[in-house]
Design a protein around this ligand. Structure first.
Ligand code: 13P
Ligand code: SF4
Length: 322
């Protein structure tokens, strides 16, 4: 069976035939060009199934993508995700050419805070270390002591051995961390426009109407959603939960594409799907991936001064690990 037919066999459950005819030529071209140029495609778990299963070499959460970027032997990294993820890849491996298929793939959390805001917080709380979520710009990372992702936020906060930290910019993630540590958390008012839309009542209704269902939420969700769920964790922890526990029915309280991507590998699990779409993640398409790989366009550049300081924060995060 040809490579392209093998891919279709895998994803036919979530991609209708009529759509496949449109995707297949792009997938073939991208996979060939990737080999010719010694490029690697790192994709976030929120990418659509044709990207996640069709062209990605690695599909993972933000912590794993950062670590994979640091280890790759490829000359070019195409980051299929949002801008802060591509910047983080560049910080982790500055000698590589890092491309993002759409420069406008932003993030409401990353745009909720600037380097100037962090300097203001440091003045207000002198000597209190700053932990920034990886969903921030390189400029914000440069002003921080260490970064974290949702996969290691509590571990990073506790690694500092202090009784107070500034934790930014996600207010809800800060809330989640506060529930799991004795360290006092000073937070910022950023939110994720995807996860803030879920409500505790919506989750409770779904549980009532689906006896036995397992509900797993991303820690960017509001506190009432997390307390109405069975488990909270990063996108890759969600993937692991479903793979290992094999619930009969599950609700992933997160971005839409996650359920489709995992459905393929877990055919016996029924996914209940009220989901919200991340408009930034959805800016990445096969056509844009091919275009940026052909032209080697949309390269991530970070000024030396910011890069040197921001790199320390992301390397420290990667060293702390999961
Ligand atoms: P993860 O680190 O869990 O993959 O989450 C990234 C993100 O942007 C969630 O909205
Ligand atoms: Fe940012 Fe939310 Fe989109 Fe993740 S889902 S990239 S946090 S806007």
């Amino acid at each position: 069976m040809s490579e392209i037919n093998k891919i279709y066999n895998k994803i036919s459950k979530v991609i209708p035939n009529i759509e496949w005819d449109f995707h297949a030529p792009y997938i073939e071209k991208i996979n060939k060009l990737k080999k010719d140029k010694n490029a690697v495609i790192l994709a976030h778990n929120y990418q659509t199934p044709e990207i996640y299963h069709g062209v990605a070499d690695i599909a993972a959460d933000s912590l794993a993508l950062a670590i994979e970027a640091s280890k790759t032997k490829a000359d070019i990294i195409v980051l299929c995700g949002v801008h802060f993820m591509a910047e983080t890849a560049k910080l982790m491996n500055p000698k590589k050419k890092v491309l993002i298929p759409d420069m406008d793939a932003g993030c409401s959390l990353a745009s909720s805070i600037t380097g100037e805001d962090v300097r203001m917080l440091k003045e207000k709380y002198p000597g209190v270390p700053v932990v920034s979520y990886v969903n921030t710009s390189a400029e914000v990372k440069a002003e921080s002591d260490v970064c974290c992702t949702s996969a290691n936020a509590v571990k990073v906060v506790e690694s500092l051995g202090v009784d107070r930290v500034i934790f930014l910019p996600d207010h809800y993630l800060a809330n989640y961390v506060q529930k799991n540590t004795k360290v006092k958390i000073i937070s910022w008012q950023g939110t994720c426009i995807v996860h803030e839309k879920f409500t505790g009542n919506e989750v409770k209704d779904i549980r009532e109407n689906n006896p036995g269902i397992k509900i797993i939420a991303h820690p960017e969700c509001p506190p009432d959603v997390i307390s109405a769920s069975d488990f909270a964790g990063s996108t890759s922890s969600m993937v692991r939960y479903v793979k290992e526990k094999k619930p009969k029915k599950v609700l992933l309280v997160t971005e839409c594409s996650m359920s489709d991507n995992i459905q393929i590998e877990n055919p016996d699990v029924e996914f209940v799907k009220p989901c919200n779409l991340c408009p930034f993640m959805k800016k990445i398409t096969l056509k844009k991936i091919l275009d940026c790989l052909e032209k080697e366009s949309n390269e991530i550049k970070i000024g030396d001064n910011i890069a040197a300081r921001a790199r320390k924060s992301v390397i420290r995060m990667a060293d702390i690990g999961r």
